[in-house]
Design a protein around this ligand. Structure first.
Ligand code: 3PG
Length: 400
């Protein structure tokens, strides 16, 4: 059991709200590419209209172009909600503490990117997390903690499991909605559950994949994106290097999955590469190590569309190609269009796919749009998510 914001009396209280407004960023100028997670987060913040709300989120990963300040996010939030939103370029030192203590009822304060504190990128046990500087420096300024970062529920960082270890905690609106939607989808799949995986984050996807199949949550897996390339290498269909850490380990896992479950996976039969600034489609057999794979090809889209049409429920997580570049958006658009017109229950996961659906104008044709990526796939795979566990523990404490 977990508590919701209706279960705690949060009026006139100072509340730490952990959201996930980690947003795709334009690599050229650092601007935000879309607003879906910010829009979603505004719902819980809006409903805490008489509390002093302190918003925390991470953005990007250390060392990457998307590891940026939350100042732009705070401005967007300010435009979306009808109360003043302030930003402080600090997390738990004096500037943040002063700003938190000066908050009045109804005001909202956004803290700086929580990953600017290195502990936020690490995993901790809840007690250990509660002893980090981030939590120790400011938790006493809060009366309660609202966890609404469903998309980060697979991380056990201080802001997810540390504050909630010490404070009365409950879920926000997004967590409740996501959990209900996924449970409904599993019920409606009628044993014909297809998972389409893409994007660039291999680690989370691979670990979830095995459990998804093992516990019979999915019986077809259509691979695209980086994980599709990984499986092409694992099946010796291409000689290629993804140039990522732990590639060898991932390849061993992919080979194991292919051997153990030979009838479950579909792997691209053709792909798109860049040639003289244009899209060029090639059958997989014609690829050489110099080619940079940037999308799936038209034949693969046809095969995948047939499978989508025969499925009871379809989850698509992560884009099949570099859809931000018009030359490589075809695969993403073809599969999303197939999802939009099929009769099965459909769910898409991750902000990138939301942005692509928006461009196609078919957002309303998908049954559930989740802004979560890896966390959602892990939830479906039956994994225990640290954020959900933290909420359950907090509810237990409040009862005893
Ligand atoms: C996501 O976009 O999946 C979440 O914000 C988590 O981000 P992370 O994979 O960098 O932890």
């Amino acid at each position: 059991m977990i508590l919701t914001i209706e279960d705690l009396d949060l009026a006139h209280k100072t509340v730490f709200v952990r959201v996930d407004i980690n947003t795709p960023v334009n690599p050229e100028d650092g601007s935000l590419l879309e607003q879906s997670r910010i829009l979603e987060a505004s719902e819980t913040i809006n409903s805490l209209s008489s509390s002093k709300v302190v918003v925390g989120s991470h953005q990007g990963r250390v060392g990457r172009y998307d590891y940026i300040s939350l100042e732009q996010h705070a401005k967007s939030l300010n435009d979306l909600i009808d109360r003043p939103v302030k930003f402080v370029p600090d997390i738990h030192n004096s500037a943040a503490k002063n700003a938190i203590t000066r908050l009045k009822d109804g005001e909202v304060l956004v803290l700086e990117n929580l990953r600017f504190d290195e502990d936020e990128s690490k995993d901790f046990e809840p007690k250990e997390a509660s002893e980090t500087k981030m939590v120790q420096n400011i938790y006493h300024l809060f009366d309660a903690c609202v966890l609404d970062a469903f998309a980060t529920s697979h991380r056990s960082s201080p802001s997810i499991v540390g504050f909630s270890f010490l404070l009365p905690s409950c879920s926000g609106r997004i967590v409740m909605r996501e959990v209900q939607a996924m449970d409904r989808m599993l019920k409606e799949s009628d044993g014909r559950f297809t998972t389409i995986l893409g994007g660039s984050k291999i680690r989370d996807r691979l670990s979830a994949l095995e459990s998804l199949i093992e516990i019979k949550r999915t019986n077809r897996v259509l691979l695209t994106g980086m994980i599709g390339i990984l499986f092409l290498i694992a099946r010796n269909q291409i000689k290629y290097s993804l140039e990522i850490d732990d590639e060898e380990k991932y390849l061993i896992k992919a080979k194991f999955l292919l051997e153990t479950y030979p009838n479950i996976f579909e792997i691209p039969v053709d792909v798109a590469i860049e040639s003289r600034g244009k899209r060029l489609e090639l059958p997989v057999a014609e690829l050489t190590p110099e080619h940079k794979i940037l999308d799936i090809g038209a034949r693969t889209c046809e095969i995948y569309t047939q499978i989508i049409n025969a499925s009871g429920a379809i989850l698509m997580s992560g884009p099949p190609g570099l859809f931000e570049n018009e030359n490589f958006e075809d695969g993403t658009h073809a599969l999303l269009t197939a999802l939009a017109s099929t009769s099965g229950t459909t769910m898409i996961s991750g902000g990138h796919l939301s942005a692509a659906l928006e461009k196609l104008g078919i957002k309303d044709k998908i049954d559930h749009l989740s802004t979560a990526g890896g966390a959602l796939v892990l939830y479906l795979s039956g994994a225990e998510l640290p954020l959900i566990k933290a909420l359950e523990k907090s509810a237990e404490k409040s009862i005893t």
